[in-house]
Design a protein around this ligand. Structure first.
Ligand code: ACM
Length: 334
């Protein structure tokens, strides 16, 4: 499997012919060098020279190349959070005044994590669930995604959607009243259910990060468990299909060695820890565990050489831990 994370705050990387600004605007950002997440405000008219995107022809070629090697590709459109590039392209998808001034993220801080999860957003990087326009937008996007990718699932993200803008928003409050929604996670669940209806109408199944469980998602949505294993274990007990991808074993964007020799990232994952990844932890209902996955997030991975450096050897260890039984692995010296 290749999980292809095609959209995020930093860029929209897939051509959508019916929404050309997604790549005309959303695929390009300011190019800064220095420490990621520390950059200051943009200069007036600072050029957006970093970017690019996959055309439909590129995707067809890639799907064919993968299929010849027995690899399936699951595309991800990460909504309603992580959507700054989409909002920069189509500010009318926001409920927040001033979204027309937004641009794709170039490494400036946009979330305050000092209070834990969910983060406090410094700008509104969400598609607004109370804005009816976003459902027409999602329909257009998913029409093309479903045509391009033959795999049965489409991943719709759902992670790290901040709540602070929604809590204050009159349109969101009106939606809560109209639909009888009591909490902000229920607002997100309303969004996820409507999006799943669109996904199903395109003949596909929906997958989302574990946050989508919080407001009560439909049982037919598959779950990718990233904030540890607990959400995945519980989801499997409830009959959701699950892919295990916990930060504790499978986040290969984390540093693999001492900070004195690594490019600094906020967390560490050593090779021997990734080799202990067990996609069937105690309590999980094995019938619903589809497998496991390693994630290489690349906002701080600037070259292909560096992507290779981060991927191996932890990728080998994780592949083996997913393919081999636990007994076979525990015999190995770690
Ligand atoms: C994630 O790492 N935010 C899924």
């Amino acid at each position: 499997m290749l999980h292809f994370h095609l959209t995020d705050d930093e860029g929209w990387r897939l051509e959508i012919k019916s929404l050309p600004k997604l790549t005309e605007v959303g695929a390009w950002r300011i190019d800064r060098t220095g420490t990621f997440n520390s950059f200051g405000a943009p200069e007036p008219n600072e050029p957006k020279t970093y970017g690019g995107f996959y055309t439909h022809e590129d995707i067809k070629e890639l799907v064919q190349y993968a299929s010849e090697r027995f690899v399936n590709i699951i595309p991800e459109i990460d909504v309603p959070g992580h959507s700054l590039a989409a909002v920069a392209a189509y500010p009318e998808l926001s409920c927040t005044p001033g979204a027309d001034k937004y641009q794709p993220r170039y490494g400036q801080p946009i979330m305050d994590w000092s209070h834990g999860a969910p983060p406090i957003a410094l700008l509104d990087n969400t598609l607004c669930p109370a804005n009816e326009k976003i459902y027409g937008f999602m329909d257009k996007v998913l029409t093309e995604v479903a045509q391009l990718f033959p795999f049965e699932y489409i991943h719709l993200g759902g992670d790290e959607a901040p709540h602070n803008f929604w809590e204050k928003n009159a349109q969101v409050q009106a939606l809560m009243k109209r639909e009888g929604l009591k909490t902000i996670p229920q607002v997100q669940a309303y969004f996820e259910k409507r999006v799943e209806t669109i996904v199903k109408a395109k003949g596909k199944k929906m997958m989302g990060w574990d946050e989508v469980l919080e407001g009560g998602v439909s049982p037919s949505t598959a779950i990718m468990s990233w904030r540890g294993e607990k959400a995945g274990i519980e989801a499997s007990q409830k009959g959701h299909y699950v892919v295990m991808s916990p930060t504790t074993f499978a986040y290969i964007d984390y540093m693999q060695g001492d900070v004195s020799v690594e490019s600094p990232v906020y967390a560490k994952l050593l090779l021997n820890q990734s080799y202990k990844f067990n996609p069937l932890p105690k309590g999980a209902n094995a019938k619903y565990i589809l497998g496991g996955q390693a994630n290489l997030w690349t906002e701080q991975v600037y070259t292909m050489r560096y992507a290779e450096y981060m991927t191996w050897p932890r990728g080998f260890a994780i592949a083996e831990s997913l393919w081999s039984s636990e007994e076979k692995r525990t015999g190995m010296a770690l």
